[in-house]
Design a binder for this molecule. Structure first.
Ligand code: GLU
Length: 627
């Protein structure tokens, strides 16, 4: 089997004229009822979508689409269609990413929105540079290392912290949208938020997945009347088929369109956020911890440009997010460790069977998680270059045994620049990780060749559970991504809370270049499993000869050192049995993460891929489909 990494090199050498012709179809086929007009209020010729009534309910969920003119992969067809409309009308990938994420705020409000944050990786076809933006939520000045410690010294109950004002970080997403447009956009914020405002106003049709998620969160949503009013109409979770209109949210988008992000960071939206955090409006008899956010915290919020984490994998350059996300570092370390396993055994990953492939992957991810948990946080001096270096990986992979799993948890490595000869893998300490399943990943590419990999989140599915009264959006609970207490008693940990600090993340938006040109963009949702999902898709596509949609949909394994899960299609298979026979720990988990990706197999050709079934299925679209 030739690895895709090798094949990519030859495909890129193809002259354009040799590529199959791409159909010049309209961005959407005429039988779709599109949220057409969501961008500019006009319907395109041949489109008869009504100006009133819910948007997008007849859009098909397509897991993969190939073509030209630009592409998008998201978790939702309405959001993907918004992006395609922007791209088809000459917007950049950055423009489309802002418009689609704002639309996701409406149709995936439990996963993302202006009350949260995110990380953004961008390839600029003009400068040929990959740059990143850190739009992570930030702890208010009032936060201290003991914010999540009870008076008796015990860590606060996790759910108590989640459903409270205490866990709300200063949102980064509105500022991120403006920053993205300032740097790489051709459109205004007002234009790019128009589709979201329209969808919130007209409503969308609730599907099974959304209804189920509402039911799962109903108890905590009922604690907050403003949340219950939106998602539990008449006291009951919204049901499939219900048209969910969000007029407050539509008005808030209108304010942002009219007054810009100042309406958020200096104006009435921010004031309402601060009020909600400091004095959560709860149902009778319900009391939740209050936070200490102030307008000063909002005014001083900044999106931070960050130097990407760059590592080399089989001659490809892999770009990801640096701290405070552990995602870029851990994905890079996993790839390095897998490459080292190959060197040690002499058998390329492309030639192993599934058992050996997944065994190598699990050993690598367990080691990378030990390191990520210990070394990565929002502090100065994260040993990023060492953690993703070949020399460090060579030392770390030395003790890997091709026939059996190292006992978990494995010990943390010492990325100190001096690397010892081979030895067995040392044992580590048990730990806990809270894995949410929230967040959403969006991948976009435009006709100029710009590429976006953007993961945005409000942390837990449904965030803090608190909708800002009168404004219609959920606030994050991102500060629960801090360690509540030091994992080792008395030893300070870099990911303890602190004023102005950003909690460590697992978010892993990734862009892969070959000889300076993008060939793949990928990322995922799913808490800490984001790292394993993203790595497994990279390996599946680059090494295991899977199609992109095949790599996205392959059954997942997530071995995270102190915890490990496998989806039933893997767990219940002979491969799963063989892995357990080698000592690979795993429990059966119904579904791990939700991913999206775009491959660029040749100049101007895009293969977009999304989930077929996880989370109810995602949506891949291109501007001009190839038929
Ligand atoms: N808070 C998580 C992180 O930043 C993402 C939320 C989730 O996917 O559960 O890593």
């Amino acid at each position: 089997m030739m690895s895709r990494a090798g094949a990519i090199a030859s495909a890129l050498a193809l002259p354009l004229a040799l590529l199959p012709a791409v159909a010049q179809a309209s961005p959407t086929s005429p039988d779709h009822t599109t949220p057409s007009g969501v961008v500019d209020g006009r319907t395109r010729p041949g489109h008869t979508a009504p100006e009133r009534g819910p948007v997008g309910h007849r859009l098909p969920k397509t897991a993969t689409m190939t073509g030209s003119g630009g592409a998008v992969a998201s978790v939702d067809p309405v959001a993907s269609q918004v992006a395609i409309d922007v791209l088809a009308k000459g917007g950049t990938a950055a423009d489309a990413a802002v418009a689609a994420t704002a639309a996701l705020n409406v149709v995936e409000p439990y996963a993302t929105g202006m009350g949260g944050g995110g990380f953004f990786v961008h390839y600029d076809a003009h400068t040929k540079k990959v740059e990143t933006l850190d739009g992570r939520e930030t702890a208010p000045r009032s936060v201290t290392p003991t914010t999540f410690v009870e008076p008796d010294g015990t860590p606060m109950d996790f759910d108590k912290a989640v459903n409270s004002g205490l866990s709300v970080g200063v949102p980064g997403t509105p500022a991120m949208w403006q920053e993205i447009l300032d740097r790489w956009g051709r459109r205004s914020l007002s234009e790019m938020l128009a589709p979201a405002q329209r969808i919130a106003d007209r409503g969308f049709v609730v599907d099974e997945a959304f209804s189920t998620a509402t039911t799962e969160n109903a108890e905590r949503f009922s604690k907050f009347p403003a949340t219950a009013a939106v998602f539990l109409p008449g006291g009951k979770p919204v049901q499939p088929g219900h048209v969910l209109r969000q007029p407050d949210l539509a008005r808030t988008f209108g304010m942002l369109r009219h007054d810009g992000v100042d309406a958020f960071y200096r104006g009435p939206i921010g004031k309402a956020v601060v009020e909600t955090v400091r004095r959560p409006a709860t149902a009778p008899g319900v009391a939740v911890p209050r936070g200490g956010m102030t307008m000063r915290d909002l005014r001083t919020y900044r999106v931070l440009p960050k130097k990407p984490v760059v590592s080399s994998y089989r001659g490809l350059d892999v770009y990801g997010m640096p701290a405070p996300s552990g995602g870029g570092i851990a994905v890079a370390e996993i790839l390095e460790l897998v490459e080292q396993s190959e060197k040690r055994t002499g058998v390329p990953l492309s030639r192993t069977d599934d058992v050996q492939y997944l065994h190598r992957f699990a050993e690598a991810s367990a080691a990378a998680f030990a390191d990520r948990n210990r070394w990565v946080a929002d502090v100065v001096g994260v040993p990023t270059d060492e953690l993703v270096s070949e020399a460090y990986a060579a030392e770390r992979a030395c003790g890997f045994d091709a026939s059996k799993a190292a006992p978990r948890p494995v010990a943390v490595g010492q990325p100190d620049g001096t690397y010892a000869p081979c030895g067995p893998i040392a044992a580590g300490r048990p730990g806990t990780v809270h894995d949410g399943a929230s967040t959403t990943h969006l991948t976009v590419a435009d006709k100029w060749g710009d590429v976006v990999s953007y993961t945005s989140t409000i942390e837990q599915f449904g965030g803090s559970g608190m909708v800002v009264p009168g404004y219609g959006f959920l606030l994050n609970n991102q500060l629960t991504d801090f360690e509540f207490v030091p994992p080792t008693k008395g030893v300070p940990h870099p990911n303890l809370p602190g004023p102005g600090k950003r909690p460590r993340s697992s978010i892993s938006p990734t862009i892969v270049l070959k000889d300076g040109r993008p060939v793949l963009a990928v990322g995922a949702a799913g808490g800490a499993t984001i790292i394993t999902t993203t790595s497994q898709i990279l390996l599946g596509y680059l090494d295991r000869d899977l199609t992109l949609v095949g790599a996205v949909n392959a059954p997942r394994l997530s071995s995270r050192n102190t915890d490990a899960g496998a989806e039933p299609r893997l767990y219940d298979s002979s491969t799963g049995e063989a892995l357990r026979g080698m000592g690979q720990p795993m429990t059966s988990v119904p579904a791990l993460g939700r991913a999206t990706a775009i491959a660029m197999p040749a100049r101007g050709v895009f293969v977009a891929a999304a989930e077929r079934t996880r989370g109810g299925g995602g949506s891949a679209m291109v501007v001009r489909p190839r038929h």
